[in-house]
Design a protein around this ligand. Sequence first.
Ligand code: ATP
Ligand code: MG
Length: 260
Amino acid sequence: MTGEECIVEVKGLHTRFGSHVVHEDINLCVHHGEVLGLVGGSGSGKTVLMRQMLGLDAPAAGEVRICGLPLRSHNPGELRQIRTRCGVLFQKGALFSALNVYDNIALPMRELRTLDEDMIRRLVMVKLKMVEIEPKHVNKMPAELSGGMIKRIALARAMALDPELLFLDEPTAGLDPELSDAFVQLIQTIRRETTLTIVMATHDLDTLVALSDRIAVLADQHIVALGSLRDVLHTDHPFITNFFHGDRGKRVLENNLDNL
Ligand SMILES: Nc1ncnc2c1ncn2[C@@H]1O[C@H](COP(=O)(O)OP(=O)(O)OP(=O)(O)O)[C@@H](O)[C@H]1O
Ligand SMILES: [Mg+2]
């Protein structure tokens, strides 16, 4: 299912905010059809890197190519076109708080300006079914939903336009283990049914191990490891030692290493 073709290519990327250097010479190829897990300490630059891959933030130097085309060379219209092929579940503000469930999912469809409301209604219902949310919830506001429902509905919105490329930023943060497992299973089901490339930032080792084909570790402004879980585990770096070889890490890995 995974190929060597880069759907996203990051070359020589540098990021700084004032004098604060976040990334230095980041190089990364996201293969078509894979799930690339992105890990790193808080503030290591995972969210910013994903925003740059989407063209929402510009790097200080270097470039991002989507399907071989440099983001920088696109005009705003073309950028919008590219973004319709990408779905995003943001870390913060996963849903618009002023819009109900229906309007949150319908928003990207309405922005296309090519679908009538009948078609949008049908598509919203298909997406809700996909994330196993009952139609009776469509008029609820985000404040009335549980954390697990918000994540599912945000996923429905991210999948609204059937993206080829999906960015998940901490998709299971704040969910209890049961809901987190259910979310992971949902992503696995969607992956079986569609050809989807996923870039996912997560602090949750269970989610990381369950979903990632490859893992990129961001630390000290660089990608310090990139490869399979096994490859990453064999890399000597303090972040990797803390993250993967602590008590919790050992437990997760003991349960999973046989499956790798
Ligand atoms: N718009 C901005 N202006 C100034 N600094 C920023 C901005 N956005 C991000 N930063 C800084 O860049 C660094 C990387 O932020 P980022 O949100 O990418 O971290 P992260 O790896 O996603 O962290 P977390 O695991 O907590 O989500 C942080 O130090 C953050 O303060
Ligand atoms: Mg983040």
